[in-house]
Design a protein around this ligand. Structure first.
Ligand code: OOG
Ligand code: NI
Length: 468
């Protein structure tokens, strides 16, 4: 039997989760269908230009998942399972102090980190861990109850973790062990049929419905699986026509005339799903919970640190203007944002590159003339010596993540801002995971500079020789 490499475990896992989630949440299947229709239309209209940010094969198979766990231990275990599939923690997101409805979690994304691995299969999972000891959300008493509840549950079996460690160490798994590993991994994210303790769930829900979703039940589940679409505005209206209630707006940069950058996301509202409830007298009856939703995203060019600062400035300027002008209509807000964006950002991909705002990978272009190449990046590009291809943004945006969380919360919850928050940062995350956490900017920078070095050496140049 042939061995199954990590990337193939990842691809098969994404596929298995998608099949399972489609059965659990039929609206997800609708979302995938509309996504496929939109992608086919865009491909027909724009031809190969539609594939500038990824082949249609990659984009069609592309998904991100979102999961939520309760403790540092559970996070470490999840990290082990993803490491088996070549998915590594990238980035630290703190969602506890994001605007009107803070969420008591910090997050990271597990994903492949090299360009080759991303091209094989880019599956990524946005993973949040509850800040159980954050006094702004949980009183000392509730926090202790929560900790003891979480200590008593087991999300991932010893067999699953052992197989994951083996896959990480070997870089692959033989069949039929691979199939067994994938079955166990997929099952651990299925919605449980176990009755939910109604009183305990309600207690946590008063603090935050995310806390209840994480700590109110004895298992975890996939919260959503997100396909990638080539025209998110068309998708948004397509879903509305099919009667799904979408959140108010598309999160992230607006649609505008210039290059697509970073990430735009939107979601349909969490649906009521049947769940068994256990009453205080021990009786069990059918009930419903609204926690799982459907999300879709469009990915654009990864921005440099400077580009990212400019994007943050554009979005805060746009919100500021909307507030000043009393603009509430989501369509009007988008128009205002697009206008702000065109004032601040270059309108072409080439200019984004030359201004050092976006990330690109470079290839040397074969030439027949014998002139010497210029020693300047702009000259090499303008003169056709180097070809630049945009690097796709593979990560998430904290503001959008907070917006997605928020628009799907059932209530606003309660917090006490005067209380002490618990200390969480990228260092805490790495210690909990017992793994290094990559900074996404470093990954993009390295990918860009490695490709530039390779392309320049083909031209007989060295990056150190380039002048501005
Ligand atoms: C995660 C919400 C954030 C995204 O794509 O930004 C998110 C969650 O609901 O668990 O999925
Ligand atoms: Ni998501």
């Amino acid at each position: 039997m042939p061995a199954v490499a990590q990337w193939e475990l990842r691809a098969r896992f994404a596929h298995a989760l998608s099949a399972m989630y489609g059965k659990e949440v039929p609206a997800y299947t609708t979302l995938v269908e509309v996504t496929q229709q939109v992608n086919a239309t865009v491909l027909a209209e724009r031809g190969s230009g539609a594939e500038r940010l990824g082949s249609i094969e990659r984009v069609s198979a592309e998904r991100h998942g979102a999961i939520r766990v309760g403790t540092a231990d559970e996070l470490r275990q999840v990290g082990q399972i993803f490491a088996a599939m070549g998915m590594h923690p990238v980035g630290f997101y703190d969602l506890r102090d994001t605007g009107p409805a803070p969420v008591p979690v910090v997050s990271t994304a597990f994903r492949p980190v090299s360009a080759d691995e991303l091209a094989r299969n880019p599956f990524r999972v946005f993973t949040s861990v509850l800040a159980v000891d954050d006094r702004r959300f949980f009183s000392t008493e509730l926090s202790e109850q929560l900790e003891s509840f979480l200590r008593r549950r087991t999300l991932f079996s010893a067999e699953l973790l052992e197989l994951a460690a083996r896959a990480e160490a070997l870089g692959e798994l033989p069949e039929p062990v691979a199939a067994r590993f994938l079955q166990l991994a997929t099952d651990s994210f299925a919605l449980s049929a176990e009755p939910v303790d109604r009183a305990w769930y309600r207690t946590l829900e008063q603090v935050s419905s995310v806390a209840a979703d994480i700590g109110g039940v004895a298992s975890t589940h996939i919260n959503h699986l997100t396909p990638r679409v080539l025209d998110i505005d068309a998708l948004y209206t397509g879903m509305q026509h099919r009667g799904l209630e979408m959140i108010d707006a598309i999160q992230g940069p607006p649609r505008w005339d210039g290059p697509e950058v970073l990430l735009r996301q939107t979601s349909f509202r969490a649906l009521a799903e049947p769940r068994l409830m256990r009453n205080p007298d021990g009786s069990v009856e059918p009930g419903t919970l609204r926690v799982r939703f459907g999300e879709v995203e469009a990915r654009g060019i990864a921005l440099s640190r400077r580009g990212r600062d400019l994007a943050d400035k554009a979005s805060s300027t746009a919100s500021q203007r909307a507030i000043e002008d009393g603009v509430e209509d989501p369509g009007e807000r988008q128009r205002l944002a697009a206008q702000t964006w065109s004032q601040l950002f270059p309108a072409t991909e080439r200019q984004l590159l030359l201004d050092g705002l976006g990330h690109f990978s470079f290839d040397a272009v074969a030439r027949t003339d014998r002139t010497a190449p210029p020693r300047q990046l702009a000259g090499l590009i303008e003169g056709g010596w180097l070809e630049a291809t945009p690097i796709v943004y593979e990560d998430f945006l904290p503001r959008s993540a907070a917006g997605i969380f928020r628009s799907n919360l059932s209530g606003h919850g309660t917090t006490d801002p005067a209380e002490r928050g618990s200390q969480r940062d990228a260092g805490w995350l790495a210690a909990a995971l017992e793994r290094d956490v990559h900074a996404s900017e470093d990954l993009y920078e390295r990918q860009q500079s490695d490709s530039l070095d390779r392309a320049l050496s083909v031209l007989g140049l060295d990056a150190a020789e380039l002048v501005d």
